[in-house]
Write a protein that binds this ligand. Structure first.
Ligand code: HEC
Length: 113
């Protein structure tokens, strides 16, 4: 059930933003864009990750890793989010590179709270 909900939520999101991908990539390669253009890691986390990891990263739904105890560095987190790992979905085709980076930066803030 949960997976279906997630799938529908993601499908809706992709349909809604169907043509923003190319623009985003262009903006990224043009050197970053404005600050208003910077993806909001917290928002992305709440949209895509809470289903398994929970609001504070420690829910452990479906065996999800406790992000508060994660020791991974930024590049390693980016790699796990991009390619997935075991039961975790890869986000490569769902999020833009800079969105993955933004959410990878955001989850480090869960550790300190
Ligand atoms: C379908 C459930 C699911 C979703 C959605 C999900 N994760 Fe995960 N995540 C997991 C599972 C399960 C693991 C443990 C993987 C393993 O056992 O190797 C994990 C592991 C991780 C790890 C590795 C932690 C470590 O220290 O090893 C990171 C980082 C992570 N997730 C971040 C995210 C982010 C960010 C999102 C949202 C973009 C997300 N996850 C969405 C299930 C999920």
């Amino acid at each position: 059930m949960k997976q279906w909900f997630l799938f529908l939520a993601l499908a809706g999101f992709i349909l809604a933003c169907g043509n923003s991908g190319a623009e985003g990539r262009l903006a990224a390669s043009a050197g970053g864009g404005t600050s208003a253009d910077k993806p909001d890691g917290e928002k992305i986390y709440k949209q895509y990750c809470v289903t398994c990891h929970g609001l504070y990263g420690d829910m452990g739904g479906g065996g999800a890793f406790n992000l508060r105890e994660s020791q991974l560095g930024l590049e390693e987190r980016v790699a796990v989010i991009t390619r997935g790992r075991n039961a975790m979905t890869p986000f490569e085709s769902l999020l833009k590179k800079k969105e993955i980076r933004a959410v990878a930066e955001y989850i480090a803030t869960l550790r300190e709270k």
